[in-house]
Design a protein around this ligand. Structure first.
Ligand code: BGC
Length: 364
């Protein structure tokens, strides 16, 4: 079978031939991959910024945003049938018996840092024609979501952020009304986050670099949120227009802008980081102001990483809701579909668009 592989030592990314994997335990499932999305993490893996092959190998298969179709199930798998659509979990539990998070099925909160991740760290990813995975790490997607199911994994980021935001803001001894949210970044993670926030009833603003109109700003407007360009509207003016920034959902991976915005967070507000900051030189920033605000305004800051079971369940449910509510809009997040031989453009960041997807198979 064909697969896209990263060789960190040789600084090489290429299409390779691999023997097709087969089921070796009754709890396993063989999946025909249909589509795999490309994100910022993949681009960094292909620039060799990070990424670790499985032990004993000099390469790993790329890809963690998957959509596949069940081909074959192990003798112990009772609840999946060939043809069912599935999405794989990215991060799997570490093996430390003392890791409470991993031992209780919450590897997204792994405390040892020893977790493996498909297509990123110590495990092959999903950019291959076939994958064999344990049943418990596959999430069933309804057939009606065939065209957008590859967005489940990026949506899990917003779902985890929302779960955490609800828990953290539960600290407030009253129920806040008229809440407003600010999304930083209008890539796929930002747009899916904006959809989640609008669906949860928050007045939502999306702040991103590119001036409108552009494909992202059109999506933002179609879901009833407001798009503001940081090239046209400086942070201070943005804060004035929004009025009260109760919740920031950061989906940029750009630390400087995040800290500038943090100074404008409303009293009792919450700032959620989802992006791993890319190397950038930070201007001196006003730590004093940030800490003073945290204390005097009862603010909270949290970072979240996805891969929890609940987040996948919520993402699959909500993708269906978004799909019905904003007919034709969710599809517009996927701006390019490329055959496997043309994987290079998207993974090297040479093609534009919101979400580029590698098309691996058609399914039955
Ligand atoms: C994935 C996460 C992963 C992270 C690592 C993200 O793109 O969605 O599951 O932990 O990359 O950098």
């Amino acid at each position: 079978m064909r697969a896209v592989a990263v060789y960190p030592g040789k600084r090489l990314v290429k299409l390779i031939e691999r023997p097709e994997p087969y089921i070796t335990a009754p709890s396993q499932v063989k999946v025909r991959m249909l589509e795999v999305g490309v994100c910022g993490t993949d681009k960094e893996l292909c620039a060799f910024v990070f990424g670790t092959p499985p032990p004993g190998s000099d390469h790993f298969i790329l890809g963690h945003e998957s959509l596949g179709e069940v081909r074959e199930v192990g003798a112990g798998v009772q609840d999946l049938l060939p043809g069912d659509l599935v999405v794989g979990t990215v991060r799997l539990p570490c093996s430390d018996t003392a890791c409470d998070a991993c031992r209780t099925d919450h590897q997204d909160f792994c405390a040892t840092g020893q977790y493996p991740e498909h297509g990123i760290r110590n495990l092959d990813g999903f950019m291959a024609e076939y994958v064999v995975e344990e049943r418990e790490y596959l999430h069933v997607v309804p057939a009606s979501l065939r065209q957008v199911g590859v967005l489940v994994e990026p949506l899990t980021i917003a779902e985890k952020a929302w779960q955490e935001a609800v828990r953290i803001q539960d600290r407030l001894p009253w129920k806040p009304s008229g809440r407003k949210a600010l999304v930083l970044g209008a890539g796929a993670v930002g747009l899916l986050g904006a959809m989640k926030l609008v669906a949860e009833g928050l007045e939502t603003f999306v702040y991103s670099q590119m001036p409108a109109p552009n494909p992202s700003s059109a999506i933002v407007e179609s879901i009833g949120a407001t798009y503001l360009s940081s090239q046209e509207v400086p942070v201070s003016e943005m804060a004035r227009l929004v009025g009260r920034i109760d919740l920031v959902y950061e989906a940029l991976g750009a630390a400087q802008l995040a800290f500038d915005v943090m100074k404008r967070l409303a009293p009792n507000g919450l700032f959620v980081f989802t992006g791993v900051p890319r190397a950038e030189s930070l201007e001196a920033f006003d730590t004093y102001k940030v800490v003073e605000n945290l204390v005097l305004k009862n603010q909270a800051i949290v970072g979240v990483v996805n891969s929890g079971r609940q987040s996948f369940a919520d993402a699959i449910r909500d993708l269906g809701i978004f799909h019905q509510r904003w007919t034709g809009v969710v599809e517009r997040i996927i701006t390019g579909r490329f055959p496997m031989e043309e994987f290079m453009g998207p993974v090297m960041g040479r093609v534009d668009g919101i979400k580029n997807v590698i098309r691996i198979g058609e399914g039955k």
